[in-house]
Design a binder for this molecule. Structure first.
Ligand SMILES: O=C(O)CCC(=O)C(=O)O
Length: 335
């Protein structure tokens, strides 16, 4: 592969991405790469209750709507869940975004972030797979920084939907040269919560406040407007979704509005999403953006993302260069 041209993205894919704000690419990751991610997700899930960053949003939703006892989050301290509960309960327009499910079991909507910081397998895929080249090409970026990975798992019979939202205002960035690559680790279709995208919504020129995933309720500190209630009026929107297999990826623009159904099936729906920013993006400590974990704190408003927090993953110093290994040496040297 020559630098700047990816063998897995065609001119038609680029047109689709620019027009729709979403493109599905098939067979991009190898089974070994998918396995690296599965193993990292398993480790994250085993740490639920013990890690600082792992949450079960289905449990939060149950407590919001059942008005039950405080949310038990163990060692997780990234969010103030009681404040989230109060926020949703205080929102007159909020309502449960739950699938009807006969099994009505206690599902699990697992959420975690930043496995790249401690897992070499995630770094291998984030830095050294075909993904950085594809992202750079779709964005027309000269270079690319890796922003973060996020894990979204819906266990069998998880009723909680992912509320429709737009990603920009979740991130401490200015500029929209950014893509999100959603990577299924199981076969995913409508029945177990494939992603749904409002086609062309990246071109509306509107920024929406982040919400709390279980409800459209906006994060209070964001000055942006509330995302329209797409769940209540799906026919008014051009919503597209894709049945995907492990190895496929769904790539959306940071302004594209998207959400997902719950998992009504008896199968798992594990996914990881990677976020990449191009050279036009600048750091901006955006009010209402979700706090990131373990940052060096070196970047100021208006800075390029040059920092150990956001490694440059494209272009490579030379073809075949293995950035994840170099990063591992850098990390080891610091311990
Ligand atoms: O997997 C999900 O349910 C949501 C994923 C998402 O919103 C994202 O990757 O930006």
């Amino acid at each position: 592969m020559t630098q700047g041209r990816s063998e897995t993205v065609s001119a038609e894919d680029i047109r689709t991405f620019e027009r729709d704000g979403i493109v599905c690419l098939r067979n991009v990751l190898t089974s070994e790469e998918v396995d690296h991610l599965r193993m990292a997700v398993e480790k994250q899930m085993n740490q639920l209750g013990k890690s600082a960053t792992g949450y079960d949003f289905e449990a939060l939703a149950r407590q919001v709507w059942d008005r039950s006892e405080p949310v038990e989050t163990g060692a997780a301290n990234r969010f103030d869940m009681q404040a989230m509960k109060d926020l949703v309960r205080g929102d007159a327009a909020a309502r449960p975004l739950m699938e009807e499910d006969e099994a009505n079991s206690q599902g699990l909507f697992f959420y975690d972030v930043a496995a790249w910081k401690w897992d070499s397998g995630v770094r291998k895929v984030a830095f050294d797979s075909a993904l950085p080249g594809i992202a750079a090409e779709l964005l027309g970026a000269n270079y690319l920084n890796f922003w973060e990975d996020t894990t979204f798992v819906k266990a069998p019979h998880t009723r909680q939907k992912t509320a429709f939202h737009q990603d920009l205002a979740y991130f401490q960035i200015e500029g929209d040269q950014c893509v999100i690559i959603w990577i299924p680790l199981d076969p995913v279709s409508r029945s177990n919560g494939t992603m749904q995208y409002v086609r062309g919504s990246h071109k509306r020129g509107e920024t929406y406040a982040p919400n709390v995933f279980i409800s459209q309720t906006p994060i209070q500190s964001s000055p942006e407007k509330r995302c329209p209630d797409i769940e209540a009026n799906p026919d008014q929107y051009d919503i597209i979704s894709f049945d995907v297999e492990p190895g496929d990826v769904l790539i959306h623009h940071v302004m594209t509005v998207h959400g997902a159904g719950g998992n009504r099936s008896g199968n798992w729906r594990r996914a990881v999403s990677f976020r990449y920013c191009g050279d036009e993006v600048r750091y901006f400590d955006r009010p209402g953006a979700i706090p990131q974990v373990g940052l060096s704190g070196r970047l100021m408003k208006g800075d390029r993302l040059f920092s150990e927090d956001y490694p440059i993953v494209w272009p490579k110093p030379w073809p075949g260069f293995c950035l994840s290994e170099a990063y591992g040496i850098h990390q080891a040297g610091r311990e």
